[in-house]
Structures are given as structure tokens and as C-alpha cells.
Design a protein around this ligand. Structure first.
Ligand code: GDP
Length: 365
């Protein structure tokens, strides 16, 4: 399964945020084993469509979909001494599919900042520079290999050589790989290099309690947004401390607390949704009388592969995917009505599943 890794300097609020994530997961009856690996937190994906489908179908059970966050800081604690980032830290980042970078944007004189003052850009750059240096090493090693083939006029090697040169030039200006421009062809080569700075990233600005429900960004958040914009990354503003309180509540209680705070959606829920998108994940639904359920698939998956997420038999024996879009189903009010209006399509093996599809798979056993 795809996972996002939480990183950040010490004392920025990572553990507090990660605890909120684990707490939210622990509340859910659907994931009783969420805490087997203490560094992995399972979160449910908030989705209003699932509530609506439940209203329509009135099933015995409703099951949301979920995905994982990995607490890289937790893994690194003890492994790296003092301020060093260490190889272990890098190898853990290598294993995640997206990066959630927590940055301190709150002042609190009781909580020491590692470099003595709150300076989000310098914090971001400290970590990003480590990642860039690791990538520079990867690129340098590739250069050694590719150079020989370039002398033999090997076409693939020549193409890669160009990519490596561009990357190296970017790294020397402290640019992450994701900010360097490439053609689609070149992008494929970049992908093959498995660079740390090519992974999709989002920044989490951790602000203080009294800034929740305030619409104006504090100057730290402004700076973080500027930095993130330059590399096309998103910024989510949270107060980790409050998130850990919200995460202890469910349903109406949670709703009331959010209203008190003057916000519509918790920062954690925003973070979950944004990370889900960042990972290239999307949701399809199954809606039967027994169970209405959301399933996570990767954008670009064809129908049989998406069916395989439910059960490998569904993929192996795939015949057709009876599909209606969420919007059409809601407009028509029932599966029967949608069928009568011709809104239910019979899709085959080549169908690219879309976010919001409500699907009934037909398969041979
Ligand atoms: P980590 O080292 O990045 O995991 O940081 P922690 O989550 O352990 O947080 C470091 C300290 O900052 C702890 O004392 C937290 O209680 C505090 N902290 C975390 N988030 C906030 C916040 O939003 N506001 C304030 N005032 N303190 C926070």
C-alpha cells in the first residue's frame, strides 16, 4: 500500500500530529489492528459521498477506506544522534511514496527551537538540503555508469546523460528534482532514478492554538506558502495540539467542537484528503444492501486491477464492471432508476476507473 512519511525537525510538533493520526485511527472499529507497527498510523478518508450513499441504500454496514502515514521521526529517534539526519532517516524516506513535511509556525518560549529561533524557511531548507545531497550522490553514481555507454553512442544512455546533467545543475542551486523541468520522456527516466526530492511533497504549517479559526495567515505561514508555491506544493495549516484533542472526538461531539473553534473541517481531515490526492489515490464505491463501502485505488488503474483490490478472484475472473457515477446515482435516486435511464454502463477490461464510480463487478469463479 502507498504511504506518506511524516518528516520535520525536532520539536516542530510531528509526534503530536502523529498521535492525533493514531488516535483518530484507533477510534475506528474498522481498523482494530492499527497499532501493530507503532510507526504506522492508519487514517480513514473522510468522504461525504459515503454518507450520502448510505442514506440511499440503507445497508447493514458502511465501511470507509483508509491509508497509512509513517512516522519517520519516530523511526529515526535513537537511530540518529543529536542533530544528524543519518542514513537511516534517508533510507526510510526512500520507502515512502510521498512526504508530509511538518514545519513549526508557532511561537512558544517554553519549547526550544533546535536552531534557536522560529524560522520555517531555514527549517525546510535544512531537511531539503539533506535530501538534495543524497540525490546528488545518486546522480553522481549514475554518471559513472552512463558515461561509458555514452562513449559507445548508446541512445538510452545519451538521453539519461542529459537528464542527469539537468538534475545536477538543479541540485547545485539547491533545487529539488520535482522543481526541475523535464519533458514527459525525461520524466520517465527521472522516475527510474528513485530520487528523494522527486517524491511528491506537502507542507504542514503547525500554528498555535489561538490562530485556529482565524482566516489570516501568520507571517511564518505566509513564508511557507511562498516557498511551497515555488515548487508547486500544497500547504495545510494545523494546530497539532488542537488536532490531538479533536481526534479524541467522533460524530456530533466532534462537530460541536469544530463549531466552537470556528472551523468547518479539522486540519487533520484536510491533511488526510490532501495527502490522499498527493499519493495519486482515488475512491470507488460498492453499494449493496449488506454493505456500502469505499475502496482506494491508484489513478490509472483499469477495471480488473481495481476489482483485484476487493479480492484477487475478482481480478482473475473479471467479466464486466457495472458502473454508474456517484453523481448520476444520486440524481436518479436508486440503482434501479439509474439503470432505467441508461446511466449504468457495462465496462470491460480496458476501462479506466474514475474517482466516484459506483461499481458492481461481475466475475467467474
Ligand atoms: P516533534 O519533536 O517534532 O515530534 O515535536 P512534538 O510533537 O514532540 O512537540 C514538541 C513540543 O511542542 C511539545 O511540547 C508539544 O506539546 C509542543 N507543541 C506541538 N504542537 C504544538 C502547537 O500547535 N502549539 C504549541 N503551543 N505547542 C505545540
Amino acid at each position: 500500500a502507498l504511504t506518506a512519511g511524516i518528516v520535520g525537525l525536532p520539536n516542530v510538533g510531528k509526534s503530536t500530529l502523529f498521535n492525533a493520526i493514531t488516535q483518530a485511527g484507533a477510534l475506528s472499529a474498522n481498523y482494530p489492528f492499527a497499532t501493530i507497527d507503532p510507526n504506522v498510523g492508519i487514517v480513514e478518508v473522510p468522504d461525504e459521498r459515503l454518507d450520502k450513499l448510505t442514506e440511499l441504500v440503507n445497508p447493514k454496514k458502511t465501511v470507509p477506506t483508509a491509508f497509512e502515514f509513517t512516522d519517520i521521526a519516530g523511526i529515526v529517534k535513537g537511530a540518529s544522534k543529536g542533530e544528524g539526519l543519518g542514513n537511516q532517516f534517508l533510507s526510510h524516506i526512500r520507502q515512502v511514496d510521498a512526504i508530509t513535511h511538518v514545519v513549526r509556525a508557532f511561537e512558544d518560549e517554553n519549547i526550544t527551537h533546535v536552531s534557536g529561533k522560529v524560522d520555517p524557511i531555514s527549517d525546510i531548507e535544512t531537511i531539503n538540503l539533506e535530501l538534495i545531497l543524497a540525490d546528488l550522490e545518486t546522480v553522481t553514481k549514475r554518471f559513472d555508469r552512463v558515461s561509458k555507454l555514452v562513449k559507445q553512442k548508446d541512445k538510452a544512455a545519451l538521453a539519461e546523460y542529459d537528464v542527469l546533467e539537468k538534475l545536477k545543475a538543479g541540485f547545485e542551486e539547491e533545487m529539488p528534482a520535482r522543481a526541475v523541468e523535464f519533458t514527459d520522456e525525461q520524466q520517465k527516466i527521472v522516475k527510474g532514478l528513485h530520487l528523494l526530492t522527486a517524491k511528491p511533497i506537502l507542507y504542514v504549517a503547525n500554528v498555535s492554538e489561538d490562530e485556529i479559526g482565524v482566516d489570516v495567515d501568520n507571517p511564518y505561514v505566509e513564508k511557507i506558502r511562498e516557498y511551497a508555491d515555488a515548487e508547486g506544493a500544497e500547504v495545510i495549516v494545523v494546530c497539532a495540539k488542537i488536532e490531538s484533542e479533536i481526534a479524541e472526538l467522533e460524530g456530533e461531539e466532534k462537530q460541536e467542537f469544530l463549531e466552537e473553534l470556528g472551523i468547518e473541517e479539522s486540519g487533520l481531515d484536510q491533511l488526510i484528503k490532501a495527502t490522499y490526492n498527493l499519493l495519486g489515490l482515488a475512491t470507488y464505491f460498492t453499494a449493496g444492501e449488506q454493505e456500502v463501502r469505499a475502496w482506494t485505488f491508484t489513478i490509472g488503474m483499469k477495471a480488473p486491477q481495481a476489482a483485484g483490490i476487493i479480492h484477487t478472484d475478482f481480478e482473475r475472473g473479471f467479466i464486466r464492471a457495472e458502473t454508474v457515477s456517484y453523481e448520476d446515482l444520486v440524481t436518479e435516486g436508486s440503482m434501479g432508476a439509474a439503470r432505467e435511464k441508461g446511466k449504468v454502463r457495462l465496462e470491460g477490461k480496458e476501462y479506466l476507473v474514475k474517482d466516484g464510480d459506483v461499481i458492481h463487478f461481475r466475475f467467474n469463479v
